[in-house]
Design a binder for this molecule. Structure first.
Ligand code: FNR
Length: 393
């Protein structure tokens, strides 16, 4: 299949993957309205076309949380990435390293913290879920630090997994899941050889190293359901802030009150996110929530954003709405599933090219020049008043 645009990877991934895995990536919570709304709201954000500003050949380099990034994009944490391509975490992290951007390794990865740090040097971040087993959390923090990871992404929007009906329909969960998964794998021989045979061991590298025995993928959804802590409160996180000496980013902030709380808590940054519409169906699209949150934080800490970013134009839109940088989720996972590390590199090249064209056409010669002033449809008197941006600007 010929890839011409970043969004072409989705169809390529659909062909390659057994259905239960494609649907697990592609799906969201309940009716998937927030998932779809993320993309729609972002698409509706209009940018100001400016001419004769001399903004050609823009540089994409930025400094975020004191670190140099080649462009304002990072690869976000995605669970079970090693199921979508052989040792998928390592392949994605290598593509990120080559592109000069960070890669965030999920708690529930196939390749462990140590494997990724060994095989994919670069800016590696460690993502941690709040789990019932605090011993596991301490162990994960120690291991991430020992592996040289200095940025912790603490995901706080999953006190309990969202209801994902598509997973029951597809065979990811529900009755006879394992049998259905085998049947689907047999119909996708390229995936079965690449991942099913050559990608072993298919277990949770991080958790296995702690529990001391192998955990199969069949345990995945069960593990998530059993180990999340729905009673979690800000005060339960204080020890993490005290123990973790590196940068701490809270992922899953969608409300300005929570953003202010994150600043008080001592976070170094937040990721404005609704988990790609996989948690609270009916939650506001990230693009809609972002301006008010950026105002609430008022530059005190870094504001990153994800959910719905599919192209370089979307990156520029998120930045115009107030993000310092964005994270990719599904966008890079589709590319990884379709073509491995090479696919992620191709995607990042397409996004960088897209960003340069967009920035030239809005008259921004560097990422710092993308501001709220880059948004169209707002009279100057209301620019900066984010209420006016609700509904997509
Ligand atoms: C995720 N996401 C996620 N987030 C996290 O903090 N830890 C994780 O383990 C996972 N796992 C995960 C699996 C899959 C299959 C997806 C699609 C997403 C959420 C992810 O980091 C990000 O917030 C969303 O993917 C952003 O939305 P878009 O851009 O994918 O629509």
């Amino acid at each position: 299949m010929i890839i011409s645009a970043p969004t072409d990877f989705r169809e390529a991934a659909r062909r390659r993957l057994p259905r239960f895995l494609f649907d697990y990536i592609d799906g969201g919570a309940v009716t998937e309205s927030t998932m779809v709304g993320n993309v729609d709201a972002l698409q509706r954000v209009a940018l100001r076309q400016r001419v004769l500003k001399g903004a050609g050949n823009p540089s994409l380099a930025v400094t975020v949380l004191g670190q140099p990034w080649a462009m304002p994009v990072a690869l976000g944490p995605v669970g079970a990435t090693g199921m979508y391509a052989r040792r998928g975490e390592v392949q994605a992290a290598r593509a990120a390293g080559l592109a000069g951007i960070p890669y965030a390794l999920s708690t529930v990865s196939v390749a462990s913290i140590e494997e990724v740090a060994r095989d994919a040097p670069g800016q590696l971040w460690s993502q941690l879920y709040v789990l019932k087993d605090r011993g596991y959390m301490r162990n994960a923090l120690d291991r991430a630090w020992a592996a040289g990871m200095r940025t912790l992404v603490f995901t706080v929007d999953m006190p309990t997994p969202g209801s994902r009906y598509r997973d029951r329909r597809s065979g990811m969960a529900g009755p006879a899941a394992t049998l259905r998964q085998y049947a689907q794998a047999l119909r996708h021989p390229r995936w079965a050889i690449d991942v099913g045979l050559r990608g072993r061991p298919l277990s949770f590298g991080n958790i296995e190293a702690y529990v001391g025995h192998s955990m199969s993928m069949a345990d995945y959804t069960g593990f998530l359901a059993r180990n999340f802590d729905p009673t979690i409160h800000w005060r339960d996180l204080e020890w993490v802030r005290q123990d973790w000496k590196g940068a701490l980013i809270l992922k899953g902030i969608l409300d300005p009150e929570d953003a202010r709380e994150a600043v008080r808590f001592g976070a170094d940054g937040i990721i404005v996110s609704n988990h790609g519409g996989r948690q609270l169906d009916g939650a506001m699209p990230t693009a809609t929530a972002l301006p008010t949150i950026a105002d609430a934080v008022a530059g005190a800490i870094a504001v990153l954003a994800d959910s719905g970013v599919r192209s370089g134009i979307d990156v520029v839109r998120m930045m115009a709405l107030g993000a310092d940088a964005v994270l990719l989720g599904r966008a890079y996972i589709y590319a990884l599933a379709a073509r491995g590390q090479r696919g992620v590199s191709e995607l990042l090249d397409l996004i960088a090219a897209d960003m340069r064209v967009t920035m030239t056409l809005i008259g921004a010669d560097r990422p710092g020049a993308i501001t709220r002033d880059s948004l169209a449809g707002l009279p100057p008197s209301v620019q900066g008043r984010s209420e006016a941006l609700r509904g997509g600007g």
